[in-house]
Design a protein around this ligand. Sequence first.
Ligand code: DGL
Length: 274
Amino acid sequence: MDNRAIGVFDSGLGGLTAAQELAYLMPDEHIIYLGDSYNMPYGEKSRNEIIEMSRSDLHFLLNKDVKAVFVACGTATSNALDILAEESPVPIFGVVEPAVREAVSSTGNGRIGLLATRASVKAGTYERLISRLSPELSVTTRACPKFATMVEDGIFDKNDERVREAVLEYLPPLKLAGVDTVILGCTHYPLLADVISEYMGSDVKLISAGAAAARSLCAYLKENAMTSGKKGSKTEYYTTGQTGCFAYTAKLMLKRDISAELTGIEPFDKGGNI
Ligand code: DGL
């Protein structure tokens, strides 16, 4: 039993799709969520920048004395998870491997689609893992740079013209390739699942990387006797951006009120509580 919180971070609000699944699966856990909205989009940054920003996010959460860290960001996972894992004294979990495992076992025709940010696509982490697990599978990948920023701006209604145009810009190659499974490789994308599914067809399975990872983190905490012994959950929200904007869009996403605290991320305090 471990009553400490689980730390979750993303470049912004997308990781809420993962945190929400985690809170649903583990209703007695205390979750500390950090959205680095000031630096969003990570998907347009260089690998070195993503490593540095993710490192700051990790250290912010470690200073909150968390028992595990959930990197609820495909871009940070693809580019920085190995490095963060070396620096983290607590277990750290990314979204790529759980999503890939679900996709590999879900595909019937051996054709998987991957939608992710530009920096995730450039890193190639999803594809490498798919080909390591099942080299015979084909993967059709599309970078979708507009998706995450649209969601962050609260634009994800499936009838919104901007959303429909972006879908028509990015998705046709996946349809042409005849994929039967699509990995939503960025945690912002599940907010666009309706419109993506409408375009791809209801027989195409969508896998939310954040939700898949929440399921695998939940299993790990249970297997390792690390779950909370307290009753009732709470989630604390921190953002490096504007708290009002964060809370406003989070409400659109979660359909309930939240309040967020502003944080300037501070350097990791090595003499702190870890
Ligand atoms: N939510 C992030 C991801 O899962 C990225 C969005 C961004 O900052 O570009 O990749």
